[in-house]
Design a protein around this ligand. Structure first.
Ligand SMILES: [Zn+2]
Length: 218
């Protein structure tokens, strides 16, 4: 499996393109392209590597992660997957955009809701989903056990965690999601691909992330 990380839009949100190098089947995770140049960056990676995109997956519904949903849907014409509990964020995304002074086309509806039973097959890889609320109610992580990769959206970052002051955020719930759901599901040697900032490992965050240490008070 191969990963491309593309930091996009005024929020430096990481879009990922994840694909199987044999069958070329892949997904776009959080296609947050805002400018024409950013849309072209996504197209170029996919065309240069001959990737067959099967799904567009949103880790959650915040504006920076869904800015490019319309572009991706129009261009690739594949289903958009997201957790149902973040659908309200899609519905009020135009208000979020006005708040940040951005103008962007309304996102298309979700085609399939992500559940605990959702599986995406890319060649021999099977991607599964776990629900990890706290940053938003419908935040999910995408896990590839075979290849030891996890895409964590805005749940956990290198030395940081997702903000919890936005709609539906809750720090208690978020910390519990990381420690009791995500870190129970993935092992120390998994690579962690967050929605902002650089790629890290589960081991590094478990050991060094200040928000996840025993003495962290909130
Ligand atoms: Zn977010």
């Amino acid at each position: 499996m191969k990963v491309f990380q593309l930091p996009l839009n005024p929020f430096s949100m990481n879009c990922y393109i994840y694909f199987d190098e044999t069958t070329k089947e892949g997904i776009i995770i959080d296609p947050g392209a805002f400018t024409e140049d950013e849309k072209n960056q996504i197209k170029k990676v996919i065309e240069d590597n001959d990737i067959k995109i099967k799904y567009i997956v949103n880790t959650h519904g915040h504006l920076d992660h869904i800015l490019g949903n319309k572009f991706a849907k129009d261009y690739f014409n594949v289903p958009i997957l997201m957790d149902k509990e973040d659908e309200f964020l899609l519905e009020n995304s135009q208000d979020q955009a006005r708040f940040f002074g951005l103008n962007f086309p309304a996102p298309p509806p979700v085609d399939e809701y992500i559940t605990g039973d959702t599986i995406i097959e890319l060649g021999n890889a099977k991607l599964k989903f776990i629900k990890t609320p706290g940053h938003s109610p419908g935040s999910v992580c995408i896990i590839d056990d075979e290849n030891k990769n996890v895409f964590s959206g805005d749940v956990v970052f290198k030395n940081s965690i997702g903000r919890t002051d936005l709609q539906g955020g809750d720090i208690k719930v978020l910390l519990s999601s990381i420690k009791n759901i995500l870190f129970k599901e993935v092992k120390d040697d998994y690579k962690l691909h967050p929605g902002h900032m650089e790629i890290t490992t589960v081991r590094d965050e478990r050991k060094n992330n200040p928000f996840l240490q025993k003495d962290f008070k909130y």
